[in-house]
Ligand binder design. Structure first.
Ligand code: GTP
Ligand code: MG
Length: 564
């Protein structure tokens, strides 16, 4: 009989990068969500709630500045200059469109004093928008005399390694399990990238605060759910609940004053209007914000732009609390067992390599849908690796109660209440089984449902039906067309075969010794797609698998013959 044990025992390796990087805090943390002061237990059995992680990151970001500097700026001189304004807590340099430094001070007063000592650019042929932000430029009037070295600054990579390099790297590993962990390490967000994401939110907040001083802007989605890959977009949530009166308590008797406020018929209209104005400000006043697009008629209205100094593609939304909840849920699942993150990273990477997913919206499977598919698969293991959402709801206490627009979004936040079953499957087994599971899944009749952790009959006609975990009448993969689903299934079939054929590392001193690296295991799964031509299930029937396998073996041979 499967014994059960608490999550903390399993949770010893592979912590989410976000939580891992944070220092241990031993007491309760009080987080201010608008008018609500919510006490969040910072750490329970070694776990940090997403709220706690976000609050700490947000605080760091508010004490930070982003400085564009010359690539030959001398690090020592730079730091000496900055240290005139206060104690530097942390700094790093990175390259985007030019060289940048993120500097975090020990306190916000130092930021204020640095801004005080910062000059307004003197220009003669253009006019300036007089908005002062924490995005600065380091100038050197003695530039002729720049310190000799191109500087020994360690530049932090903000993008993931190219797929070919990844294939080579993985091919050098000894086991498929090591390949999978190595893939996660190569692709996950770094500590610095996480900080930069929160800093960009904080810079944006400075703009929105001109109208809404009590607002917050928080990242959500893959920037914080533990599944973010270097280079993923930055989803931001403009939180105005503290101002809009949500969660506020009304006096029961006596006199009181209330604000006069403009009204609109629908909350959606208010959201659209706010985003329209903030979008305009970002466009007109936000240094480094380019290509601003207001997409206000989408189901979830948003402002999209590129924040050039960080290189992030940004989506700013408001009134999007359900997405915040999904983020929290995904984060929780990722923290419960290290295999969850490893498998999600590998499947996301595999899907991207074969263009099953794309950064452009369309009829393909989204990363969010794919992640839900992995979670569902892990719930279907015997014994299950992660619990169902219904179970997480049953474990919830009164403090976890959350109803958003009539949707029950309640689930437990105290990790120590969650008992996991003792599934000991390896990552290799899970990856193979994942492909087999979806290669033969009855997509025609069944829906994927992580709330129940069981297939359900499809409630509507759509090629792929994945129940939205919180808005349960919605299908998160409604956009996916039949041919995209067919490509996914065909690739699962092929990958299942491939991984079984290539599951042992070539012996050391073999081809490796001669300089060529033979792709094997997970590497072979990332090679150019052999089923790229498959447009539909019908066509696949007429295309012998042997042909695809033949051409795959050919491509393996070619790669093997390439010089290292
Ligand atoms: P990448 O940006 O592709 O790395 O992944 P992501 O998880 O950030 O996805 P995306 O940017 O598309 O969406 C951001 C977040 O919004 C997701 O993580 C979910 O929390 C939420 N989300 C996205 N699509 C849906 C959907 O169809 N339904 C629901 N409920 N939430 C969604
Ligand atoms: Mg995203």
């Amino acid at each position: 009989m499967a014994s059960s044990f608490t999550v903390c025992r399993l949770h010893t390796i592979g912590r989410g990068s976000l939580a891992k990087c944070l220092q241990k805090v031993d007491t309760f943390l009080h987080r201010n969500i608008g008018t609500n002061v919510v006490a969040v237990q910072e750490e329970k059995n070694g776990f940090k709630s997403l709220y706690a992680v976000q609050a700490e990151r947000q605080e760091q970001a508010e004490k930070s500045v982003l400085i564009s500097c010359h690539s030959r700026t001398n690090e020592k001189q730079f730091l000496k200059y900055i240290a005139n304004y206060g104690d530097i807590q942390k700094y790093f340099f990175y390259e985007s469109y030019g060289m940048y430094a993120v500097v975090e001070f020990a306190n916000q007063e130092s930021v204020a004093s640095l801004l005080e000592g910062t000059a307004i650019p003197s220009i003669s042929h253009e006019s300036l928008v007089p908005f002062k932000s924490r995005l600065l430029s380091m100038r050197n009037l003695d530039s002729v005399d720049l310190p000799n070295q191109p500087s020994g600054k360690k530049r932090q990579a903000q993008t993931s390694i190219p797929i070919n390099e990844l294939i080579q790297r993985l091919s050098k590993e000894e086991s498929i399990d090591q390949q999978i962990t190595s893939l996660t390490e190569a692709y996950q967000l770094t500590e610095e990238n996480c900080r930069l994401r929160f800093l960009v939110c904080s810079l944006l907040k400075d703009i929105a605060a001109a109208f809404f001083p009590e607002c917050t802007i928080m990242p959500f989605g893959s920037s914080v759910n533990g599944f973010g890959k270097l280079g993923c977009d930055l989803d931001m949530f403009l939180d105005l609940d503290g101002i809009s009166g949500k969660n506020a308590t009304m006096p029961k008797s006596g006199l009181f004053l209330e604000y006069q406020m403009k009204r609109a018929n629908l909350e959606r209209i208010v959201t659209q209007n706010i985003l329209s104005v903030i979008g305009e400000c970002v466009d007109q006043f936000g240094p480094g914000c380019v290509g601003v697009l207001k997409i206000l008629n989408a189901r979830c209205p948003l402002v999209r732009f590129v924040h050039q100094p960080s290189g992030f593609q940004c989506d700013l939304t408001a009134n999007n609390r359900v997405a915040m909840k999904s983020t929290e849920l995904l984060y929780l699942y990722g923290e419960l067992d290290p295999r969850v993150r490893h498998l999600v990273f590998t499947v996301r990477c595999w899907a991207r390599a074969h263009r099953i997913t794309s950064s452009i919206p369309g009829a393909w499977i989204s990363n969010f849908s794919l992640t839900v598919m992995v979670l569902f698969f892990l719930q279907r293991r015997s014994p299950p690796i992660i619990p169902t959402l219904d179970h997480l709801r049953d474990l919830a206490g009164p403090e976890d109660k959350s109803v958003i627009e009539d949707n029950d979004c309640t689930f437990v936040s105290d990790f120590s209440k969650i008992q996991l079953e003792s599934n000991t499957e390896t990552l290799e087994q899970l990856l193979c089984e994942f492909f087999e599971f979806y290669a033969s899944f009855s997509f025609r009749t069944l829906s994927i449902n992580i709330r129940k952790g069981k297939e359900q009959n499809k409630p509507e006609v759509a090629p792929l039906h994945i129940q939205n975990p919180f808005e349960t009448t919605l299908n998160v993969s409604k956009n996916v067309n039949a041919s995209q689903l067919d490509r996914f299934v065909a690739l699962c079939q092929e990958s299942s075969w491939l991984i079984q054929q290539n599951n042992t590392a070539p012996s050391r001193g073999g081809t490796k010794g001669k300089g060529a690296i033979t792709p094997w295991g997970v590497s072979t799964l990332l090679l150019p797609s052999q089923v790229a031509g498959i447009k539909s299930r019908k066509r696949r029937k007429f295309e012998p698998a042997s042909e695809r396998i033949k051409s795959l073996l050919e491509s393996l041979k070619n790669i093997n013959n390439q010089p290292n």
